[in-house]
Ligand binder design. Structure first.
Ligand SMILES: NC(=O)C1=CN([C@@H]2O[C@H](COP(=O)(O)OP(=O)(O)OC[C@H]3O[C@@H](n4cnc5c(N)ncnc54)[C@H](OP(=O)(O)O)[C@@H]3O)[C@@H](O)[C@H]2O)[C@@H](O)CC1
Ligand SMILES: Nc1ncnc2c1ncn2[C@@H]1O[C@H](COP(=O)(O)OP(=O)(O)O)[C@@H](O)[C@H]1O
Ligand SMILES: [K+]
Length: 471
């Protein structure tokens, strides 16, 4: 029975290599039970609820591997239930993997036919995409690309099996072209590529079918989908007998001339998130009060570290002038959790000495780059970062011994111990100048209130997305 992934708490994520290992172990331990039969059964069940009631055929696109095998099992079962199905597959049956070959034979034995191309100008009640799953190896071209484009142009619901064909299940990158699904039924466990980069745009509504395998029997993987907050992301209840000193003194450095707003946004967000007190060290010294948020305090930037904040964030609107550089150098030595954002990251990218100093810190360091900043830090292009967001976040985390949030669609949170999370909250309405500054303030507030650095970064990213209103 399919499960809606959002109902699950922090479900694990499986890379293609994990899926292959699971498949091998299963086949060795259960030589007579086919997971493909289960996947096809789950597909037919969901397809029956999605097909429009027009009575038109279900178009099934099947590929040369086991994804195609799942589709062929579904074809057989749907036909048995009375659906008219059109199966398109141009694989050579002699070269199918064993389970898919059995599914092919069973479909043919049941009287099913297989077409080598999509029949022209026909209408369908549903498209089932079983071209490529986790075995996608390269960019799609040729006939399959043409079929995908044709399917994308059809005016009926589209159900992708395991992952939309053309979407790299490990990283959410479109390889050549990809099927734009309305629904994706993914098997065994969730795949990271469904949640980041182009994944959410192509996958549509996600359904998970575990194929009857107990979660405890699956390997432990380092990744999770952050679908809601867990208990570790919550601060303890405040005692009645408490005072502001217990909830952190947040210091925020930034706000050079013309960019003061960034610092104000971060400061206001920190107060909203419950920081005990917030001091802004604004480089533009003409600004000494925020009349809309008069709880904010202002300090001369060079004096802020001496005031011993319990957490420091540096970067929003900081600029990259020599004074900003010097302030960053001082901040890196601060004996407290340190959030590095925006221009602080750009300064690090341009100075090997500073980068080394950041990597040597003994107190927690947290980096919140967007893909452009990550690209500068890693000496890559933004496109290169976006092509494998998880790997990029993990490289930064390793390099800086830091907790890293690589922002953007499906923010990746990577931890120095190798774990990572992909946040499912938020959306494109967050894509606006100042949005990242708010995240920095929220994060600093959670750190100031004593939350562990890794948990605070996950919680801040999730809350940032969840509490921003959709326009
Ligand atoms: N436990 C499990 O894991 C379970 C897995 N199950 C299902 O199996 C799926 C994985 O099956 P899979 O490994 O056979 O890979 P699949 O996605 O069918 O593609 C491989 C084929 O495509 C080809 N090919 C690749 N890229 C190409 C391109 N760009 N353009 C053209 N061809 C390309 C590649 O050819 P090759 O690279 O070898 O030349 C090969 O022939 C998985 O997603 C799920 O649906 C379920 O049955 C339940 C249990
Ligand atoms: N398409 C998107 N989907 C989800 N979140 C997004 C998207 N685009 C941007 N965001 C979020 O908006 C924020 C933008 O931050 P950033 O790029 O640093 O902006 P700024 O520095 O101007 O405040 C980040 O938290 C990012 O994850
Ligand atoms: K597919």
């Amino acid at each position: 029975m399919p499960i809606a992934p959002r109902a699950l708490v922090s479900p694990p994520l499986f890379m293609a290599a994990d899926c292959r290992a699971i498949d091998r172990h299963w086949a060795a331990a259960h030589p007579t039970t086919s997971l493909m039969e289960r996947a096809g059964t789950a597909t037919a069940e969901l397809a029956g609820t999605l097909a429009s009631e027009s009575g038109e055929s279900v178009l099934i696109l099947a590929g040369p591997g086991n994804n195609g095998g799942d589709a062929l099992v579904a074809a057989r079962l749907l036909a048995t239930q009375g659906f008219r199905v059109v199966v398109v597959n141009r694989a050579d049956p002699a070269h199918l993997p064993p389970d898919a070959a059995r599914a092919w034979a069973a479909w043919r034995e049941s009287g099913g036919t297989i077409l080598a191309d999509i029949p022209p100008s026909q209408r369908y009640s549903l498209v089932i995409d079983g071209l490529f799953g986790v075995g996608l190896q390269r960019d799609i071209g040729g006939e399959e690309a043409r079929w995908i484009e044709a399917a994308n142009g059809l005016n009926c619901p589209k159900l992708a099996l395991d992952v939309p064909s053309g979407l790299d299940s490990d990283n959410g990158r479109v390889r050549g072209c990809a099927l734009r699904a309305d629904h994706t039924l993914t098997f065994l466990g969730l795949k990271p590529g469904l949640f980041t980069a182009d994944g959410p745009d192509y996958a549509g509504q996600l359904h998970l079918d575990t194929l009857g395998i107990d979660a405890a029997a699956l390997p432990v993987t380092p990744g999770i989908a952050l679908t809601q907050l867990e208990s570790r992301h919550h601060l303890p209840a405040r005692r009645q007998n408490s005072h502001k000193g217990l909830f952190g003194h947040v210091g925020i450095v930034g706000g050079a001339s013309g960019m003061v707003g960034a610092c104000l946004i971060a400061g206001r967000a920190a107060l909203q998130q419950g920081a005990g007190s917030v001091t802004l060290a604004v480089l533009d010294e003409r600004v000494v009060v925020d009349y809309l948020e008069p709880r904010l305090m202002f300090a001369v930037p060079e004096n802020l570290v001496d005031a011993q904040p319990s957490v420091l964030a540096i970067g929003p609107g900081l600029g990259q002038q020599p004074r900003a550089h010097a302030l960053l150098e001082t901040a890196l030595a601060a004996p407290c959790p340190l959030v590095l954002d925006a221009d602080a990251l750009n300064l690090l990218a341009g100075d090997v000495g500073l980068a080394k100093q950041a990597a040597r810190r003994t107190h927690p360091t947290l980096l919140t780059p967007h893909p452009g900043e990550a690209a500068r830090l890693l000496g890559a292009s933004s496109a290169g970062i976006q092509a494998n967001r998880i790997k990029a976040a993990q490289r930064l985390s390793t390099q800086y011994h830091a907790h890293v949030a690589l922002k953007g669609a499906g923010t990746i949170i990577a931890h120095p111990d190798g774990r990572y999370a992909i946040s499912t909250s938020g959306g494109p309405w967050l894509a606006q100048a100042g949005s990242g500054d708010r995240l920095t303030g929220m994060l600093a507030a959670l750190l100031g209130q004593g939350m562990d650095a890794g948990n605070a970064l996950e919680a801040a990213v999730w809350l940032h997305g969840e509490t921003a209103s959709e326009r």
